[in-house]
Design a protein around this ligand. Structure first.
Ligand SMILES: *[C@@H]1O[C@H](CO)[C@@H](O)[C@H](O)[C@H]1NC(C)=O
Ligand SMILES: *[C@@H]1O[C@H](CO)[C@@H](O)[C@H](O)[C@H]1NC(C)=O
Ligand SMILES: *[C@@H]1O[C@H](CO)[C@@H](O)[C@H](O)[C@H]1NC(C)=O
Ligand SMILES: *[C@@H]1O[C@H](CO)[C@@H](O)[C@H](O)[C@H]1NC(C)=O
Length: 470
């Protein structure tokens, strides 16, 4: 709190004022700009692709589809910018060229047409652009399948959206990261020996960086080498009706990954992958995740937070109306020992679990090796509600392992009804270590009822004292 926060408030206000101003001027410029540039747009760039005749759906020229005034939108079809769409030719330059042209026009659409497959190398699609830019993905984008073909500098991500705002991705198409070669360790080790592989570096499929007011809807994202859809240092994100899919045995392939990002709604989507369906990392706040099917995967996670004694701040998270089927975890908060900062005001509610190994978990001893050094510091956890978590589990219903130095406080367990999955043996009891709060019936198994400690003021003081760094 204190200085840092008031400084933040002032900065935020400045940003808002600047944005408001630039929007006003953009709107003002828009009407005059459009009259001048619009008419020739489509004709100038339209030369049919070689296999134009073979695809009946492309025999009609792309018409501006929106609004009563056709001149208010402009379609930039990548085929008109030299893309082949045969799945073999490198169409990266064509996409970047279409993007750059569309970027300068308000209400423009970059069209990735259906029934074509575009092989794309790692690219950056950069803003700022004129408002209302749309990337319409109806066809398929595929990444380079051969690990060795990725240059060292391209290993962070495949398609990088940078500094875009008021931007939408939509369409019925597919973004295919072709990650299978990345997942198999042997291939990666082979590559490592002879060329440019950096250990533990794998590309994310779609990454947004420093972007705001962004919508991603309807598309399918599959087989990413690492994260499928990542938002980094962004603000104002909507993800709606997307399908994300990679196999259960694809390591580290998060579905949707948020980092340093605020004001997010993720909803009505199907996510299945080899790691977290939704992963919420440090710097995130006001995140609303709802109506998601998660299967397979590691569930919905906050963290790992506080690695290498870092400061982590996460707050105001709502996760509700979720279906989880045969996932490793359900809803989870994981922090490393030795971290700083806090997680607060988190609500997980109406989570239906079916054959989930551990549906409810707080793990403040998160560790990616066999064992990590014991450390006293921890990311403080305060105010976490688990409400209406219902279904079946196969290992342990609840596992709350809080830091021995800094207890978890205001942890509420309300209406938890977890039955054992049929056919499993060796179930573990509910575990709550150094975890305080209140529970409210119905609670099944009944051991949940006396799992939490009642938090006295002393306990709350310890947590509060570690809370002021965020
Ligand atoms: C872009 O701005 C317009 C008008 O302010 C708004 O209606 C629209 O939802 C915005 N689009 C995105 C993706 O934020
Ligand atoms: C969801 O996306 C699919 C395309 O992937 C589309 O056909 C469908 O109409 C969308 N649903 C809604 C409710 O928008
Ligand atoms: C907790 O988070 C929710 C959702 O972001 C928000 O509406 C609410 O105001 C927050 N509560 C507090 C006490 O900050
Ligand atoms: C860390 O602390 C726990 C609990 O006090 C103890 O069981 C464990 O053996 C310790 N681990 C190491 C590596 O010191």
């Amino acid at each position: 709190m204190g200085k840092t926060c008031s400084l933040l408030v002032v900065l935020t206000l400045c940003v808002v004022v600047v944005i408001a101003f630039s929007f006003t001027s953009v709107e003002a410029r828009r009407s005059s700009h459009m009259k001048k540039t619009k008419p020739q747009k489509h004709h100038k760039h339209r030369s049919p692709p070689p296999d134009f005749e073979s695809s009946p759906s492309h025999q009609t020229p792309p018409l501006p589809p929106y609004g009563p005034f056709p001149t208010q939108s402009s379609i930039f079809n990548v085929l008109s910018f030299g893309a082949k769409g045969d799945g073999i030719s490198d169409d990266s330059e064509a996409i970047v060229a279409a993007w750059k042209a569309a970027c300068n026009v308000p209400l423009a659409t970059v069209e990735i047409p259906s029934e074509y497959k575009f092989l794309i190398k790692p690219i950056t699609l950069q803003g700022p652009c004129m408002p209302h830019l749309v990337l319409q993905i109806d066809g398929t984008l595929i990444a380079l399948p051969n690990v060795g073909a990725w240059s060292k500098s391209s290993l962070y991500q495949w398609i990088n959206f940078k500094w875009v705002h008021n931007f939408t991705i939509k369409g019925t198409g597919t973004v295919d990261g072709q990650g299978s070669n990345w997942w198999s360790l042997s291939q990666v080790q082979h590559i490592k020996k002879r060329s440019n592989y950096i250990p533990n570096m794998k590309p994310t499929a779609l990454r947004f960086y420093a972007s705001y007011d962004v919508t991603v809807q309807d598309i399918t994202i599959i087989n990413s080498p690492l994260c499928h859809l990542k938002f980094d240092s962004s603000n104002g994100v909507k993800v709606n009706n997307v399908t994300i899919s990679s196999p259960e045995n694809s390591p580290n392939t998060d579905g949707i990954h948020l980092q340093n990002t605020q004001n997010v709604e993720i909803h009505h989507s199907n996510v299945g992958c080899g790691d977290d369906c939704v992963s919420i990392q440090t710097g995130c706040s006001n995140i609303h995740v709802h109506d998601i099917n998660c299967s397979p995967g590691h569930g919905i996670s906050l963290g790992g937070l506080g690695k290498d004694k870092s400061i982590a701040c996460v707050k105001d998270i709502v996760v509700e109306h979720i279906n989880m089927q045969s996932t490793l975890y359900g809803v989870r908060i994981k922090t490393w020992q030795g971290g700083q900062g806090s997680v607060k005001n988190v609500s997980f509610s109406d989570i239906q679990v079916s054959d989930v190994k551990v549906p409810i978990i707080i793990d403040q001893y998160y560790c990616d090796k066999n064992h990590c050094k014991n450390q006293t510091g921890a990311v403080a956890i305060n105010g976490v509600k688990f409400d209406q978590i219902i279904g079946t589990y196969s290992v342990q219903p609840i596992h709350l392992a809080c830091s021995s130095g800094i207890p978890c406080t205001d942890v509420d367990l309300i209406n938890i009804q977890l039955q054992q999955s049929p056919g499993y043996r060796g179930f573990q009891q509910a575990l709550c270590y150094n975890s305080f709060g209140k529970s409210q019936a119905p609670l099944v198994p009944s051991s949940i009822d006396y799992c939490l400690g009642r938090s006295g003021n002393a306990v709350k003081r310890i947590t509060k004292s570690h809370d002021n760094i965020c």
